[in-house]
Write a protein that binds this ligand. Structure first.
Ligand code: PEP
Ligand code: MN
Length: 337
């Protein structure tokens, strides 16, 4: 529910309504606009609440929030959110590009690659130190040692580090080294992890679960937002369908749809979304045209020998070409890259 206060409502009246909302078992969130203050009452909407709040002094009207996700909804906040992390800005006019290997392999690899990517216009460095692998026999990541390698790359290049955290008990450790905590597709509904990332206050890149609906995706984001962490980016990374010509199906209609339903920035991952390196650049172009606020792309000097996801990984030369092409599309949709 949103309580819209009159433009001449006093601070005492606003405070009184906020306290009343708390006494009704809901969480008040005061949003100061240029002309008016609105107070969001977060929690389960139940019949009769509107009638209780509407007569309050200084109240203009009470509106229901129809969406099941409240804090993520554009009904609550109309201006688009911009998430900022160590120079990486997602949600503004400039489209951000987060690039790097699927897995952090060794220090030399990640530092050299980071230098090249920075030169080619990347604003964030991705790389997994904790890897969620389908098979327990596949490489699981270098864990804390990998995080240290990422920190060195950050110190050398200034690029913001985006890396996955897989367990609530690792949130503190990963936060020490990372600028953005990635929550992987397989963990989108790991509610304890979502809450721990929320509590950390760190910017989060939440990937859509491969079998999750968009409403489930937004409700997962709601778990992080509800811990008073507003720094959430939504990442479309493809879903499971009957199609098998690509690893996943990348539904780009999600981008404008999410922009309509939510104020949160939207990131597209054309690497996992297609599973095929030659499809990465065309789908990056399409993502930019669809309004993506950022791209997250897997890049490796030698994809053939990458320890994970080589088939969907492009080379630095391929990345340069992708950037050049996306820059032209960005211009056509009034963005920069
Ligand atoms: C990754 O980014 O390397 C990754 C494992 O992604 P996802 O969770 O989307 O599969
Ligand atoms: Mn990967």
């Amino acid at each position: 529910m949103i309580v819209v206060m009159k433009s001449d409502a006093t601070a005492a009246q606003i405070e009184h309504i906020a306290a009343h909302i708390t006494s009704l078992g809901l969480k008040p969130q005061v949003i100061q606009g240029t002309h008016q203050t609105v107070i969001a009452a977060i929690g389960e909407e139940r019949p009769g609440l509107t009638e209780v709040l509407e007569p309050g002094d200084g109240v203009e009207k009470v509106l229901p929030i129809m969406a099941p996700y409240k804090r993520a909804s554009s009904e609550l906040k109309r201006e688009r959110s911009v998430v900022k992390a160590h120079g990486l800005e997602v949600g503004g006019k400039r489209i951000a590009v987060i690039a790097g290997p699927c897995s952090v392999e060794d220090e030399e690899q990640i530092v050299n690659l980071a230098r090249k990517l920075k030169e080619l216009g990347a604003t964030g460095l991705r790389g997994g130190a904790f890897k969620p692998r389908t098979s327990p026999y596949s490489f699981q990541g270098h864990k804390e040692a990998g995080l240290k390698m990422l920190a060195t790359a950050r110190a050398e290049t200034g690029l913001a580090i985006v890396t996955e955290v897989m367990a609530p008990e690792h949130v503190d450790m990963v936060s020490e080294y990372a600028d953005v905590l990635q929550i992987g597709a397989r963990n989108m509904q790991n509610y304890q992890l979502l809450q721990a990332v929320g509590d950390s206050g760190k910017p989060a890149l939440l990937k859509r679960g491969m079998s999750a609906t968009v409403d489930e995706f937004l409700l997962a984001a709601e778990y992080i937002l509800d811990r008073n962490n507003p720094n959430v980016m939504l990442c479309e990374r493809g879903i499971r369908t009957y199609e098998d010509h690509t690893r996943f199906t990348l539904p780009l209609a999600t981008v404008p749809y999410l922009h309509e339903k939510s104020h949160l920035p939207v990131v597209v991952d054309p690497s996992h979304g297609t599973g095929k390196s030659r499809l990465v650049t065309p789908m990056s172009r399409a993502a930019v045209a669809a309004g993506a606020d950022a791209l997250i792309v897997e890049v490796h000097d030698d994809p053939e020998h990458a320890v994970s996801d080589g088939a969907q990984t492009i080379t630095p030369a391929g990345f340069k070409e992708m950037m050049d092409q996306c820059r032209r599309i960005a211009e056509a949709v009034d963005r920069t890259l």
